[in-house]
Write a protein that binds this ligand. Structure first.
Ligand code: SAH
Ligand code: SF4
Length: 341
């Protein structure tokens, strides 16, 4: 479906929530049915070289207790994902050193030899060569949110970084035939309804396999602590609009939605999202993966996978541990004769 910028703005302003949410959920139903893909996420360390003004892991934040899982601990988390029959592991961290990336590359090789798992990475900005090493080791997918397409807002949120480099990273990942995910935060300081509509349009032009969107949540130990968090309802409308414009993309119900409002993840599924990412980071450490308040702390249980399966069942959804490759990506590679994707 096509929408003009004016139509997008009207929907964002609440012109017809009922129709918007219904259309988005119908599209999910059409392409994915009632099934929610579960992906196990391992936040294997929280060290970061970057200094994003919104994030609790920024290098200048002295209040975060830093940790790094050992090889053995990462393998143990992978075992949990396999035992719970999930087909995708997501490995996420702050922006790490070359040594850490090399260590991860070795682990990816070992895991791919052992299990038919899809491996998704979310490690921030790196060189083409580094991405290539990770791809050669067997990584399948990469998540790198653009955060915002507005240069001024970007510059203000990510000092010493620039939008052009971030876009270049996504181009590199595309060239390497990763399945690509991107997205943005709703409500970064300086955002207007206009810039939000532009984000929606420009993200759609990227023709992505996966799209992750959530509200900005103000973190008390960051320079953005006094800004208001992104609006929950506006985020829900944004998710629905992006689903309508990108019906084939896999879209998670993000934990930032849950931080913004209890039940926010389930509501995101109800309006068309089709992916959930339970964390398998050890319970004793996951609270330190403190990107924003509420991240990893609202489910008080040992096994988030089991907990989320129950929540899904009670809400009338089916869950799936299938690899859940992007429909778009499969189509593209089939057309180009690429095997084993
Ligand atoms: N270091 C990697 C991956 C971890 S951060 C990277 O930056 O790409 C993953 C995502 O968390 C970021 O892309 C950002 O969109 C989101 N995030 C960070 N701080 C946030 C905050 N305060 N509120 C909401 N989302 C946030
Ligand atoms: Fe680091 Fe990612 Fe947080 Fe930025 S958003 S400080 S790159 S972990």
């Amino acid at each position: 479906m096509q929408l003009t910028k004016n139509q997008i703005i009207e929907y964002l302003q609440g012109a017809n929530d009922a129709a918007l949410f219904y259309q988005a959920s119908q599209l999910r139903q059409k392409y994915f049915g009632n099934e929610i893909f579960l992906r196990g996420i391992i936040e294997f360390n929280n060290h970061c070289k970057a200094n994003c003004n919104y994030c609790g892991l920024r290098r200048s934040n002295q209040c975060t207790h830093r940790y790094s899982l050992s090889d053995q601990e990462i393998h143990h988390c992978i075992e949990i994902i396999v035992q719970n029959n999930l087909g995708t592991v997501v490995l996420q961290s702050g922006e790490n050193t070359r040594e850490e990336i090399n260590r991860l590359t070795k682990i990816i090789r070992e895991v791919k030899k052992k299990y038919p798992l899809a491996i998704t990475l979310s490690l921030g900005e790196h060189s083409f060569e580094t991405y290539q090493k990770l791809k050669d080791a067997g990584a399948d997918r990469y998540l790198l949110r653009i955060e915002t397409f507005n240069k001024a807002i970007y510059q203000n949120a990510r000092p010493q970084r620039n939008l052009t480099d971030r876009l270049r990273c996504i181009e590199d990942l595309k060239r390497l035939n990763f399945e690509i995910g991107s997205g943005f935060m709703v409500g970064l300081p300086g955002e207007t309804i206009e810039t939000l509509a532009d984000n929606i349009i420009q993200l759609t032009e990227m023709d992505l396999d996966m799209i992750g969107i959530g509200p900005f949540i103000a973190h008390p130990d960051t320079p953005f602590k006094n800004y208001p968090s992104g609006d929950y309802l506006l985020s829900l409308r944004t998710l629905a609009l992006v689903k309508i414009l990108n019906p084939l993309a896999n879209m998670p119900a993000t934990s930032a939605m849950e931080s913004a409002r209890t039940g926010g993840r389930l509501n995101s599924l109800k309006i068309g999202m089709n992916v959930l990412m339970p964390t398998v980071t050890p319970a004793s450490l996951k609270g330190n993966y403190n990107i924003y308040p509420g991240k990893n702390t609202y489910l008080k249980c040992d096994n988030e996978i089991l907990e989320l399966k129950t929540i899904l069942q009670n809400a009338g959804f089916d869950y799936s541990g299938a690899r859940g490759d992007s429909l778009k990506y499969l189509k593209k590679n089939k057309a180009q004769g690429v095997k084993n994707v």
